[in-house]
Design a protein around this ligand. Structure first.
Ligand SMILES: Nc1ncnc2c1ncn2[C@@H]1O[C@H](COP(=O)(O)OP(=O)(O)OP(=O)(O)O)[C@@H](O)[C@H]1O
Length: 306
């Protein structure tokens, strides 16, 4: 069955400068059991789409269903199927961690939930914080509680909006192990993240959004293959010849040049030699999701696909 279906979803916000369209006819289906990634630069519309899914915001046009339940017409049942981990840390500061999770269970009509709450606390490394007041927790610990809170009613579909923003390596690992385990047990996962390595490692399928439109939608492996490219990477202090500078991704001293095949790599190397660009630590690697992302987001052609 389709876990989440977005059907021609558009969203227009009124702003002081006139209406602003954040989503333009977004359509995509996420099947049960998928680990699905929703990627895009800041402002692409990811959070807007998730807010509509979670019933926090209404689509201006189109329809969203969760396991067949319309998020507007059948809000309660749709919401019951979803565990949403929001981007923002919002809590009632007067409760401790266990009380917060009990309250949330009550909100979803789940009684006697302590065994599952204990398992959540344990799996998220929160066991020793059960009686700590929410006010006393660090940002990372609060985020763990947000995740636990989203899962109190064992939702079949887990939605994570940038769960690892500003989170340390240990929590990232704990979180992903736990979410991967839930996914193996059959939970559908919808994830937005700016960490493309995480998306590449975790997601079976990925949609890329740009300016409120889907500009790529495919399995992660197909996306990687479609990049059909290697990357010539090296370090240099010298300016690149103009033809290469146009292609290059430069981070400090590190230069990355995409190449379709060995001949193009040869061509890049020859151009560097001719321009007298001294390079160190030269390596050739396969294109990764970040390369695909940059290619999709950078190309005007990609917009025509949508
Ligand atoms: N309530 C609102 N009123 C007006 N414009 C809004 C509102 N909410 C979002 N927007 C605009 O809609 C666009 C999409 O925003 P959204 O938060 O969905 O992006 P995002 O992909 O989640 O970005 P980020 O990666 O920064 O979280 C942005 O241009 C944003 O400024």
């Amino acid at each position: 069955m389709t876990a989440v279906s977005f059907q021609s979803v558009s969203k227009t916000f009124p702003t002081p400068r006139g209406p602003f369209q954040a989503l333009h006819g977004v359509s995509l289906d996420i099947e049960e059991g998928e680990f699905f990634g929703l990627l895009g630069p800041n402002g692409a519309g990811k959070t807007t789409l998730i807010s509509i899914l979670a019933g926090l915001s209404r689509a201006t046009q189109g329809r969203v269903t969760v396991l067949g339940h319309d998020v507007q017409a059948d809000f309660a049942r749709a919401r019951q199927c979803l565990g949403v981990v929001p981007q923002e840390l919002v809590f009632d500061p007067f409760f401790n961690v266990r009380e917060t999770l009990r309250l949330q269970s009550g909100y979803f009509g789940v009684k006697n939930n302590d065994a599952w709450i204990d398992e959540l606390l344990e799996s998220l490394g929160l066991a020793d914080k059960a009686t700590a007041n929410m006010r006393q927790l660090s940002g990372g610990m609060k985020r763990r509680v947000l995740v636990a809170q989203a899962l109190v009613h064992k939702p079949p579909i887990i939605v994570l909006d940038e769960p690892t923003a500003g989170v340390d390596v240990e929590l990232r690992q704990t979180l992903w192990q736990f979410i991967a385990r839930l996914n193996k047990q059959g939970h559908t996962v919808l994830l937005t993240t700016h960490y493309l390595e995480e998306a590449e490692a975790l997601c079976g399928r990925i949609a890329m959004l740009k300016n409120g439109r889907v500009v790529a939608l495919d399995s992660t492996s197909e996306l990687l293959q479609s990049a059909n490219a290697s990357v010539l990477q090296f370090k240099t202090d010298a300016p690149l010849p103009a033809a290469l500078a146009r292609l290059a991704r430069v981070t400090g001293r590190i230069v990355q040049l995409p190449a379709h095949d060995a001949a193009e790599i040869e061509h890049h190397l020859a151009a560097l030699r001719e321009a007298g660009v001294a390079s160190e630590d030269v390596e050739i690697r396969r294109a990764d999701l970040e390369d695909v992302f940059i290619k999709v987001m950078g190309s005007e052609a990609a917009e025509a696909v949508a």
